[in-house]
Design a protein around this ligand. Structure first.
Ligand code: SF4
Length: 417
């Protein structure tokens, strides 16, 4: 495999994704040209629906990082960040975005047109530490941007109480007032309800698509998980709903006709942690030997239903829950989520991506490994890597370990059901 490899896609609907990605970044660039305020924010925080409802342009610097990895732009950005003194041990999203904004941001030849500079920054007071530090660095880089400091408690999902939600609801209202004062755009409540309804519909479709992955053979694999782009950037829009509806229809038809990702599915795999965005082709590597990655940790982040009749409260819950569903979660909860997915998706083997670029999700993997073996008899494989930085990933080592693991699973020595 070359230094960057894309995965093979089987879904016809997924071919539309390239167009959706291009349209989104074109819209971001046009917003700036047309004077529509541009706000940079972390993903999964409940603000995207408010931005779309107020006719403001949301931009997600974290999402730009996988795009940079897929287009081979990340090494240049890392070099800029490292020259500034940022350590190679830090989160790859952080190094990429800091390098990008202090380096090639004005390069007119950047694929997809690059990112427009922010008028507004939503600086998070929750989520992981790197995501907070990204915004502190952005505040220094863009001193003219108006900054909203979101003050949210960091609470484990199982510990969220009504008083946390009351507080988050007040924060949402404070955000709306800030946006109105800063941009002059008013919030239309009907439009917010409509936006939240579209967001909820996208989550329902997401859950439906994921549920079809429980079928044997699996009609959809991690090789196509790039469809989550619409969950990051287009929640609250008809674009996400129409696209996901098409994906759901196709996946349902494949499940019903027993059309698997590969002809002869022998082993069902679970992937823990963020995938290496520059090497999505590794998911196809397992397929050559009869293995299909049918579920992964990341997809759970988008299963959050909203109540359109109570939009602000729903978004407040979302702002508290999204990050804890992936990275800010207790080890016990993470273990429970992985074990449940292994039961639901009839998993035979688990790949634990020991991700140098994301300590929060990597923490606790040894406890998960032990629980998988003791409680479910499912073997697991640790792959050392990095979701952004190809320098921390060895293809030869990956292939040697993946081959041995697949051989062991296929021999039925352990865990096959
Ligand atoms: S969750 Fe992981 S990948 Fe995401 S910003 Fe935090 S450290 Fe980086």
């Amino acid at each position: 495999m070359s230094e960057i490899s894309k995965s093979n896609k089987r879904l016809k609907a997924a071919k539309k994704l390239n167009r959706i990605i291009l349209d989104y970044y074109t819209e971001c660039g046009n917003a700036k040209k047309q004077g529509r305020p541009v706000g940079w924010m972390p993903p999964m925080n409940g603000a995207i629906e408010i931005f779309y409802a107020m006719d403001l342009q949301p931009v997600f610097p974290e999402n730009w990082s996988p795009v940079c990895a897929a287009f081979g732009l990340a090494p240049k950005n890392f070099a800029v960040a490292e020259d500034m003194g940022y350590s190679r041990d830090l989160c790859g999203y952080l190094r990429n975005i800091i390098g990008y904004v202090n380096g090639p941001i004005d390069d007119p030849d950047t694929p997809l047109g690059g990112l427009p500079e922010p008028d507004i920054l939503l600086s998070p007071g929750g989520g992981c530490v790197p995501v907070m530090k990204i915004f502190h660095a952005l505040e220094r880089r863009f001193p003219d941007a108006k900054v909203f400091y979101a003050d949210l408690p960091q609470v484990a999902v199982e510990d969220i109480r009504d008083y946390h939600i009351d507080y988050a609801e007040d924060e949402m209202k404070r955000l709306i007032s800030f946006l109105t004062e800063t941009t002059g755009h008013e919030l239309d409540e009907d439009r917010l309800r409509e936006t939240v309804a579209l967001s909820d519909k996208a989550c329902a479709l997401w859950d439906e698509i994921m549920s079809f992955r429980r079928f044997v053979p699996a009609p959809f694999s991690a090789a196509e998980i790039g469809i989550m782009f619409v969950m990051v950037t287009r929640q609250g829009t008809r674009i996400a709903v129409d696209f996901l509806q098409e994906v759901a229809d196709e996946v349902r038809a494949r499940a019903e006709s027993k059309t698997g990702v590969i002809e002869d599915e022998k082993v069902r795999l679970f992937w823990d942690n963020i995938p290496p965005w520059y090497h999505m082709g590794i998911f196809n590597y397992f397929e050559k030997k009869g293995g299909v990655v049918v579920a992964e940790t990341y997809s759970a982040a988008w299963s959050l239903r909203l109540d359109p009749e109570n939009p602000i409260r729903s978004l407040a819950v979302k702002s508290l829950m999204s990050y804890p569903m992936v990275s800010c979660v207790s080890i016990e909860k993470r273990k429970e989520m992985v074990l449940k997915a292994c039961r639901d998706y009839k998993i035979n083997g688990v790949i634990l991506h020991r991700n140098r670029s994301c300590v929060p999700i990597t923490l606790g993997q040894m406890a998960i490994k032990e629980a998988l073996e003791k409680e479910l008899g499912i073997p697991s494989l640790i792959i050392d890597g990095d979701h952004m930085d190809a320098r921390n990933f060895s293809m030869a080592q990956f292939q040697a370990r993946a081959d041995a693991f697949m051989e062991m699973l296929l021999d039925g020595k352990e865990g096959l059901q």
